[in-house]
Design a protein around this ligand. Structure first.
Ligand SMILES: *[C@@H]1O[C@H](CO)[C@@H](O)[C@H](O)[C@H]1NC(C)=O
Ligand SMILES: *[C@@H]1O[C@H](CO)[C@@H](O)[C@H](O)[C@H]1NC(C)=O
Ligand SMILES: *[C@@H]1O[C@H](CO)[C@@H](O)[C@H](O)[C@H]1NC(C)=O
Ligand SMILES: [Zn+2]
Length: 592
C-alpha cells in the first residue's frame, strides 16, 4: 500500500483513520477499515440513502441533458412549421434615450398628456447587448451580421466571419426554403444593414460590389425578390451622371438581365398601387444616395416615398404573392437614418426619424392583424448612436434639471440639409458679411433660432466643412440635449415584438446573435447549408477589381489595423455629393 498522502502531517492534529479516509477520497482506494461481520441497521440505511442519492442525481443530470438538447437548435430535428411570415425591423442607431426624446417631443408638439406613449413603447419585450468580435462598440456591419448569420464578426464585416469565410444569412436560407424575401430601407440599399442579408464582402465600403451581389451576381444567384431604398448611384455606370461607381458596369442592366423590374422615382412607386400592382422581382431605388431625412422629406413627398409607404407596399405585395403558397415571406424593414441623425448629433432630425419608424411599426402591426397567415414582427437596433442623453450641462455650475423639446419643434430642416445649402452658397465665394447674413437667415428659417450669437456665427465662417455639426449643436444646446460622441456607443438597445409569446426566446436581456438565432428558428430554415454552399461555390471564385486586379468575390481583405467602421464609409458617402459638385462631409464622420 502506498504512503498515505497526508502522512507527513503531525499525527496530533488528525487521527490516522481520518487521514486514511481523506486519502481514499482522493485516490479512490479503500481504507483499511474493518467493520466486523455484524453491520448495524443504521449503516445499511446510510448505504441505501447514498445509493438513492446517486441514482436521483444521475437521473436529474440525464433529464437536464435531454432537455438541453431539445432546446438546442443544433440538436433538434427540423420540425414542420405552419406557413408563416416574419418581419424584422431594424431601428439603426436607436438607443432607449431616442425613445424618451421622441416621446417627449411628440407630447410637447401635440399637447398630449405625459402618459401618452409611442406605438413602439407598447411592445417592448427585451434588450440586446451589441458588442462585435473586434470591439465593445459595434458598427452596423458587425451588428447586422449578428442578425443575419447569428454570429459575431468584426466591425466592417458584411456577413463574413473573422476568418473571412462567408456565413449564410437568414434571408438566403429563407429564399432556399421557398419563402419570398424583401429589403426596405431609407439609406442606400448597399449600406451595411441591408447588405448583410444578401451580400458578403470583407469591407463594408465596397458598395459597388454589394450592388452587384444584391441583384444576383454572386454564388447563390438572385435571392431578394423586392428591394426599396436609396443608393441608385452605385447601380449606374461611371459614365452616367450621378453615378458613384468606380467602374463602368451598369448594374441596373444587370438587374434587368436577372429578371428585375426596375423603378427609380415617385411615379414608378405610385404605379405599384400601394403594392397591389407589383411584378416580382422588383428593384426600386428612389434616391442617388440616402433618402432625405424625414424632417426634409416630408416637404418633398412628391419625390421620395416615406418609410411607411414603402413598408406598406412591400407587405401588401409580398402578402399577395405568397397568398396561395406553402411558405410566407421574410421582410427586413430598416429605419436607417435614425443612426445618421445620431452621427450628426441632430436631435430635431432624429425625432422625425423615430416618428417615421413608429409609423412604419404601426403599419406592420396593422398588416399582421389583418393578414390571415401566422406572422410575427421583431424590432431591434444594431447599436446606439451618439451617446444621446435628454439632459445637458451647459455651464460649470450645478445644472438645472431641464430639457426643452420646444427647441426641436421650432426646427423645420435637418442640420444636414442646412449644411449642404451653406456649402452650395460658399461655392459662390461670398464675403464674410454675406456669410454672416446667410447663417443668421438659415438659423432663423431652418431652425427657428432668432438669437444666434456672434460667437456661433464665427464658427461657421472659420470651419465651414463642419457647418452641419454647428447647426446641430445650436439645436442641441437650446434644447439641452446631450451627446457624448459623433460615433456609436456600447449601450444595450431595446427589442420589441408584435407578439411576446411568439418571440418568447427574445424576452429579457440577450446577446445580439440570439436575435439572429430567433429569426432562423422562427422560419425553420437551414443557414448552415447556405454557408456550406457559399464556401463551396465561392472557393476559387475571383472577380476583377475596379483597378484591374483579380480579387476574391468578397473583395479585398482589410489591411492590418485598417479602420472599417466609419472611415471608409465617410469617403464613399462624401463622394456621392462631390460628384454633384457639392463639398460635403469633409472631415466629419457624417453617417454610417
Ligand atoms: C470608369 O470605369 C472604367 C473601368 O471600368 C475606367 O477605366 C474609367 O477610368 C472610369 N472612368 C471614370 C471617369 O472614372
Ligand atoms: C420656438 O419658437 C417660438 C415662436 O417663434 C418662440 O416663442 C419660442 O421661444 C421658441 N422656442 C425655443 C425653445 O426656442
Ligand atoms: C435663445 O432663446 C432660447 C429660447 O428663448 C433660450 O432658451 C436660449 O437660452 C437662448 N440662447 C442664447 C444663446 O441666447
Ligand atoms: Zn452608424
Amino acid at each position: 500500500m502506498p504512503e498515505p498522502l497526508f502522512s507527513n502531517r503531525p499525527s496530533s492534529e488528525r487521527s490516522r483513520d481520518d487521514l486514511a479516509e481523506e486519502d481514499a477520497l482522493l485516490t479512490g482506494e479503500r481504507t483499511g477499515h474493518s467493520y466486523g461481520d455484524v453491520r448495524s441497521w443504521k449503516f445499511w440505511r446510510e448505504i441505501g440513502l447514498f445509493i438513492w442519492a446517486v441514482i436521483a442525481t444521475a437521473l436529474v443530470i440525464v433529464l437536464a441533458v435531454i432537455y438541453q438538447k431539445a432546446q438546442d437548435p443544433k440538436h433538434s430535428s427540423p420540425h414542420p412549421l405552419g406557413k408563416r411570415n416574419l418581419i424584422f425591423m431594424v431601428s439603426d442607431g436607436m438607443g432607449p434615450t431616442s425613445l424618451s426624446l421622441t416621446r417627449s417631443f411628440k407630447q410637447f408638439q401635440n399637447g398630449l398628456p405625459y402618459n401618452h406613449q409611442l406605438v413602439i413603447d407598447q411592445h417592448l419585450i427585451g434588450q440586446s447587448r451589441t458588442r462585435s468580435s473586434s470591439s465593445l462598440v459595434t458598427d452596423s456591419a458587425a451588428g447586422a451580421t449578428a442578425f443575419s448569420c447569428g454570429m459575431k464578426s468584426y466591425n466592417g464585416a458584411i456577413s463574413v466571419l473573422p476568418n473571412h469565410e462567408p456565413c449564410g444569412t437568414v434571408l438566403e436560407a429563407a429564399k432556399k426554403a421557398g419563402y419570398m424575401t424583401g429589403l426596405v430601407v431609407t439609406t442606400r440599399i448597399t449600406d451595411a444593414t441591408p447588405a448583410c442579408f444578401a451580400a458578403h464582402v470583407n469591407m463594408r465600403g465596397e458598395e459597388d460590389r454589394i450592388a452587384e451581389q444584391l441583384v444576383g451576381d454572386y454564388p447563390l444567384g438572385r435571392v431578394v425578390d423586392l428591394m426599396f431604398g436609396g443608393g441608385r448611384c452605385h447601380f449606374l455606370s461611371n459614365s452616367t451622371e450621378n453615378s458613384c461607381r468606380s467602374d463602368d458596369k451598369d448594374i441596373v442592366a444587370l438587374a434587368k438581365a436577372n429578371g428585375f423590374n426596375y423603378i427609380s422615382d415617385r411615379k414608378g412607386f405610385d404605379g405599384l398601387k400601394g403594392g397591389k400592382a407589383v411584378t416580382f422581382p422588383l428593384l426600386g431605388l428612389f434616391a442617388d444616395t440616402d433618402v432625405p431625412y424625414e424632417i426634409d422629406r416630408r416637404n418633398e413627398n412628391d419625390i421620395y416615398p416615406s418609410l411607411h409607404e414603402m413598408a406598406e407596399a412591400a407587405l401588401t405585395a409580398l402578402g399577395e404573392a405568397t397568398k396561395d403558397s406553402e411558405k410566407g415571406f421574410f421582410l427586413m424593414i430598416e429605419g436607417s437614418r435614425i443612426d445618421h441623425a445620431g452621427h450628426h448629433n441632430d436631435p430635431a432630425a432624429q425625432v422625425h426619424e423615430v416618428l417615421a419608424y413608429d409609423k412604419a411599426f404601426a403599419s406592420v402591426l396593422r398588416f399582421l392583424e389583418r393578414d390571415p397567415t401566422e406572422g410575427v414582427m421583431v424590432s431591434t437596433s444594431d447599436h446606439e448612436t451618439g451617446g444621446l442623453s435628454t439632459a445637458r450641462q451647459l455651464h460649470a455650475t450645478y445644472p438645472e434639471y431641464l430639457w426643452y423639446p420646444g427647441a426641436l419643434a421650432n426646427a423645420s430642416h435637418s442640420a444636414e440639409r442646412l449644411g449642404l445649402e451653406y456649402g452650395e452658397f460658399l461655392s459662390k465665394n461670398p464675403s464674410d458679411a454675406e456669410k454672416t447674413t446667410f447663417i443668421k437667415s438659415s438659423a432663423s428659417s431652418g431652425l427657428g433660432i432668432e438669437n444666434i450669437t456672434d460667437e456661433e456665427v464665427s464658427k461657421f465662417v472659420e470651419e465651414p466643412e463642419i457647418a452641419l455639426y454647428y447647426y446641430a449643436d445650436m439645436i442641441s444646446r437650446r434644447s439641452q440635449t446631450g451627446w457624448s460622441t459623433h460615433g456609436h456607443s456600447a449601450a444595450d438597445v431595446n427589442i420589441y415584438s408584435s407578439d411576446p409569446k411568439a418571440a418568447l426566446p427574445l424576452v429579457g436581456n440577450h446577446e445580439n446573435t440570439e436575435v439572429g438565432d430567433f429569426l432562423r428558428e422562427y422560419l425553420g430554415v437551414d443557414v448552415a447549408a447556405v454557408t456550406k454552399e457559399l464556401r463551396e461555390k465561392g472557393a476559387n471564385l475571383m472577380v476583377t477589381d475596379a483597378d484591374g486586379q483579380q480579387v476574391s468575390w468578397m473583395g479585398k481583405l482589410p489591411e492590418e489595423g485598417q479602420r472599417l467602421d466609419g472611415q471608409n464609409h465617410v469617403t464613399s458617402f462624401g463622394k456621392d455629393y462631390r460628384k454633384r459638385g457639392v463639398v460635403h462631409g469633409r472631415g466629419c464622420a457624417c453617417g454610417h
